[in-house]
Ligand binder design. Structure first.
Ligand code: CUA
Length: 319
């Protein structure tokens, strides 16, 4: 246990990096606070009324000194900014090989869905030393997904996906909190994170396995909601092809270009008029009232897989 007096245990890559930044900021702050306070005290005593010291020196300016105390703090400030900005950008950029988990926050619990289909409530099981990307949405009010030991906290909003990633580095059990006041039982919207050895995680995944994987459930939904009728290449195709779409830029009717990420897919499924693709008509029905959040994430996982080498291996037909 590396639990310090000030911080929870460091159990993720991010925790080590962010703590270093935090201690760096603290160090600079403490150093300058002490420097100023000590000089203040020393001068107050030395030049107090009645002390016999030389008071004849007049302010003349001292260029070298002024440059020094301007340039050094400037460099320190720029350095801290660069350091913080780098960690922020890294924290917003999940690695490509990250495992995709979907989180739904609601009054007052967390629901989590694994790619293999397993769903869990108020618990999060993850393998150690593997980047994990969370795609999160709320079913009602604003919540905030907070794992202190990983130093990650991200608001979970109704009507929009937010994402967060982490890589756990220590096997163990950690707290999961909601960090946004979300109503009467906000305080009980807590859960547990279990970081496991990869083999143990696999065992956990396959234990009491429910239905199919997110992909297979997504594939079923894709035909249940008749997405395939319009999005399959052929004479009846009336919507854009979805193969290989994920992660690519899409040109819209209004000339704008957007990236086809999870949030774009979510919005386009629920509110198809919001961003109509160039060259197509806004004829797709709205699915906002028909698709539950966990189904939506299954559909999105399915669409993400379309056109990838994996989907060809699985022998799926091209949409
Ligand atoms: Cu959810 Cu507080």
């Amino acid at each position: 246990m590396s639990e310090s007096l000030f911080m929870p245990e460091q159990a993720s890559l991010q925790a080590v990096q962010l703590d270093a930044l935090y201690y760096g900021l603290m160090g600079v702050t403490v150093f300058f606070s002490l420097l100023i306070t000590v000089l203040l005290a020393v001068f107050a005593v030395r030049y107090r009324k009645g002390s016999t010291v030389n008071r004849t020196m007049t302010a003349k300016g001292f260029l070298a000194l002024e440059l020094t105390w301007t340039i050094i703090p400037l460099l320190i400030g720029i350095g801290l900014f660069g350091w913080g900005a780098k960690l922020y950008v890294d924290g917003r950029t999940p690695p490509d090989d990250a495992m995709d988990l979907y989180v739904v926050g609601l009054q007052w619990m967390w629901k989590i869905q694994h790619p293999q289909g397993k769903q869990e409530n108020n618990e999060l099981h993850v393998p150690v030393n593997r980047p994990v990307k969370l795609t999160m949405i709320s079913q009602d009010v604003i919540h905030s997904f907070f794992i202190p030991a990983f130093r990650i906290k991200q608001d979970v909003l109704p009507g929009r996906y937010t994402t967060q990633w982490f890589e756990a580095t220590k096997v163990g059990e950690y707290h999961l909190f909601c960090a946004e006041y979300c109503g009467t039982s906000h305080a009980s919207m807590i859960g547990k994170v279990f970081v496991m050895e990869p083999a143990e995680y696999e065992r956990w995944l396959s234990s009491s396995s429910t239905g199919g994987t997110m992909l297979s459930s997504g594939a079923q939904l894709f035909s249940r909601f008749a997405c395939n009728t319009c999005h399959t290449e052929g004479p009846s195709q009336r919507g854009p092809s979805l193969a290989g779409l994920f992660g690519k830029p899409v040109t819209l009717q209004n000339g704008e270009s957007v990236k086809a990420d999870e949030e774009y897919l979510r919005e386009s499924i629920l509110y198809s008029n919001a961003k109509v693709v160039e060259g197509y008509q806004p004829i797709m029905p709205l699915f906002a009232s028909q698709i539950a959040p966990d189904q939506l994430s299954q559909l999105i996982e399915y669409i993400k897989s379309l056109g990838s080498p994996d989907s060809l291996l699985r022998g799926e037909t091209k949409p």
